[in-house]
Design a protein around this ligand. Structure first.
Ligand code: MN
Length: 219
């Protein structure tokens, strides 16, 4: 009759995640939950369906986990064609769309979804994930019909900001954070920076390394 279980040794982040999951109010869209450390953790994603289109397994796992931690129900797909198909079938609250994907790329998929929406009055927020982070990228994304874009690698705080902006309020703001961190050449691997990107979740790092191990040889 219990609602959840944890495997020992208990990880702080897993425990917090589990508590938030178990105590989450399913109808509490936009609600705030008190985190264990006393800070207010935004859970604006609670119960919202997020379609995640990303062909890279490592990025997909990272984005999915960060979204799940904010209460989102994540529907992952690996290319633009699958994204269009799933969007047509499901009532999706938000789409995170990678640009470079096989079969149909993210910008083309965005255009096709906007075409299909035309005349229906519907408008699903589409956030494009781009590895380019160059000038002109935002314009290309917006031209295709995206609402916003996030530069990869994904920064948890910026993803959270997008979730808050597009899921909690349901309305878009025009200001946009432009900060992109660049790895320092002196220290190509920075353990603190890595942990910051996964909100201290070492289990997630392990999963991502395993996924990379499986994918890298083929790449
Ligand atoms: Mn890609």
């Amino acid at each position: 009759g219990y609602d959840a279980f944890l495997i020992k040794p208990v990880q702080q982040s897993e425990l917090l995640n589990m508590i938030l999951k178990v105590t989450a109010n399913p109808s509490g869209i936009g609600g705030k939950a008190k985190a264990v450390d006393g800070t207010t953790a935004p859970l604006s994603g609670t119960g919202r369906k997020v379609l995640l289109a990303e062909d890279n397994a490592v990025n997909r796992r990272l984005a999915a986990r960060l979204l799940e931690k904010r209460g989102c129900a994540v529907m992952p797909v690996t290319n633009g064609a699958e994204a269009i198909e799933l969007w047509a079938r499901e009532n999706v609250d938000l789409i995170l769309m990678d640009v470079q994907m096989p079969v149909v790329d993210g910008l083309e998929a965005t255009r096709r979804i906007r075409e299909k929406e035309e005349g229906s009055g519907a408008h699903v927020p589409i956030i494009v994930l781009t590895a380019h982070a160059m000038k002109g990228d935002r314009e290309r994304c917006l031209e295709a019909g995206a609402d916003d874009y996030l530069a990869k690698p994904i920064v948890p705080a910026m993803l959270a900001e997008v979730i808050d902006r597009y899921l909690a309020s349901g309305e878009a703001k025009d200001d946009h954070a432009e900060s992109v961190s660049v790895p320092s050449p002196e220290q190509p691997f920075d353990p603190d920076a890595l942990l910051a990107r996964v909100e201290g979740d070492r289990t997630l790092v392990g999963e991502m390394v395993s996924l990379l191990d499986g994918e890298a040889p083929a790449l």
